[in-house]
Write a protein that binds this ligand. Structure first.
Ligand code: SF4
Length: 471
């Protein structure tokens, strides 16, 4: 636990001084906010839309068991095969069993945070199976050997020039001659498209995530901009979707509100380019679609989070990533320093509960509690309060300090309180001595990068008395 925290402190401290990184992120977020401003106009009453969406999601979480049972029955009726996985290990074992039937050299994948969470790519690599990321941003990160930087825009920290360099081997494999002048986004996208197409056209197995599980029709809903997820789900013989149990919603009708909200808060669009509802494998009277459709529903710590009366509200998250984009901490330190798949404000709330080794309680301390995340969240999750509930639990469970440190801290605050409660005590001693004392007591808490406020030579009370000649 100590090492994870120390690493976070070290890495975040270094990253926060990287001004180039800060300006790249700011540029990406400025574009997002400008786009979003226009799309927000589609909601005649945004607050009401958020309240309704929050209501749908909270109802789903409060009745998780009921809706999951309804979903299971409808999904099986549609011809799908459902697998429940308690944790990442179980999910990987089950996925392996499906994949081994086909003994493929590679599988294709669309963007899925659930597969990141269970470490699917690393698992497949050990089995000598290539997992080809087909989402452009994920593909870039895969070429760089890096994890996604953001849950919606995985490579937002990279410049076109950096991507062009990463694409050099791909160009060669495509038989393209390197164009040293042209590195437009279109040209780079075409290079990726050409390279990925041969995998998309020949893959036997496609793996996707899903944005929602629709209880009333036993279908999954996927929203995407590139069409690659649909390729993975429909142009292969076997489609495997890996999804967290909390993605359930009661009805297909709820998408009418949730889809535009997810698009507007996720990417600033009015509606995402492609929205799919996939209800099962190819039926007897159909000529296209996968022969088999497996859904791996993962718990992986979600039930434990559900037991937490307050923090369970975080399970309503629709993974739009909007809270990342307004968070002053994320804007300074970026995505990799969190050292886990979910970063930003939502990561601070859920990662300490979802991470297998539960070593991430320090993330809840890395917040200014400004409330910007709560304000932006399209489903009304009071993130900054949930961060506080995590902190409370850490203190009550004695996770953050040793008994000696707690005892010392209590003594310091007792001395502080005694001094502060009496005017005459406060005025005792010179400013110099007080400044030294403050430094000694609070330097570690205050951090190396910040200057402690200085105690003035004379207090306001002393100045007033002097001015009015009061002894
Ligand atoms: S917590 Fe809210 S703002 Fe953050 S990703 Fe989830 S839905 Fe979006």
């Amino acid at each position: 636990m100590k090492e994870t925290k120390e690493k976070f402190l070290k890495d975040s401290s270094a990253k926060s001084k990287d001004l180039e990184h800060k300006s790249r992120l700011q540029h990406a977020f400025d574009n997002y906010h400008n786009k979003q401003k226009k799309s927000l106009l589609q909601f005649s009453d945004l607050q009401l839309a958020k309240e309704r969406a929050g209501g749908i999601r909270q109802k789903s979480i409060e009745n998780l068991e009921k809706y999951l049972i309804e979903f299971e029955s409808n999904f099986i009726k549609n011809g799908g095969k459902l697998i429940w996985a308690r944790d990442a290990e179980e999910a990987l074992i089950e996925i392996d069993k499906i994949i081994q039937k086909h003994a493929p050299e590679f599988i294709i994948k669309s963007k899925s945070m659930a597969t990141e969470e269970i470490g699917l790519n690393e698992f497949l690599a050990e089995k000598k199976i290539d997992a080809i990321e087909t989402d452009l941003g994920e593909f870039v990160q895969q070429l760089a050997g890096e994890a996604p930087y953001h849950i919606v825009t995985p490579c937002l920290q990279k410049t076109k020039e950096e991507i062009k360099l990463l694409f050099e081997p791909i160009r060669k494999k495509n038989g393209e001659t390197a164009d040293t002048e042209n590195n437009s986004a279109e040209e780079l996208t075409n290079t990726a498209r050409k390279y990925l197409r041969r995998y998309l056209q020949t893959a036997k197995i496609g793996i996707t995530g899903a944005n929602f599980l629709l209880a009333d029709c036993g279908a999954i809903a996927i929203t995407e901009n590139e069409g690659n997820a649909f390729f993975c789900a429909s142009a292969t013989e076997t489609h495997i979707a890996v999804v967290g149990i909390e993605k359930i919603i009661p009805s297909i009708n709820d998408l009418e509100l949730l889809w535009p909200l997810l698009a507007t808060f996720g990417t600033g669009q009015k509606i995402t380019t492609y929205n799919h509802i996939i209800s099962g494998p190819r039926q007897a009277d159909e000529t296209e679609g996968p022969k088999e459709f497996y859904l791996v529903l993962i718990d992986n710590g979600r039930s434990e989070l559900l037991e937490k009366t307050e923090q369970r509200r975080a399970l309503a998250c629709i993974r739009c990533g909007a809270c990342y984009n307004v968070c002053p901490v994320y804007k300074n330190i970026g995505g990799h320093v969190y050292n886990h798949v979910y970063g930003g404000p939502i990561g601070k709330v859920i990662t300490p509960h979802l991470a297998k080794d539960k070593n991430f309680s320090h993330l809840s301390q890395a917040s200014s509690l400004c409330g910007a995340c709560t304000e932006i969240c399209p489903v009304g999750i009071d993130l900054h309060k949930l961060i506080l509930f995590n902190r409370r639990d850490e203190v009550t469970e004695n996770k953050i300090s040793t008994p000696i440190a707690i005892g010392a801290e209590k003594l310091i605050w007792l001395a502080w309180k005694t001094a502060m409660l009496k005017r005459s005590n406060m005025d005792k001693g010179g400013a110099k001595a007080k400044n030294i004392l403050l430094k000694l007591l609070f330097k570690k808490l205050w951090g190396k990068e910040r200057e402690l406020p200085k105690v003035a030579e004379k207090s306001f009370n002393q100045l007033m008395r002097e001015q009015r000649n009061i002894s």
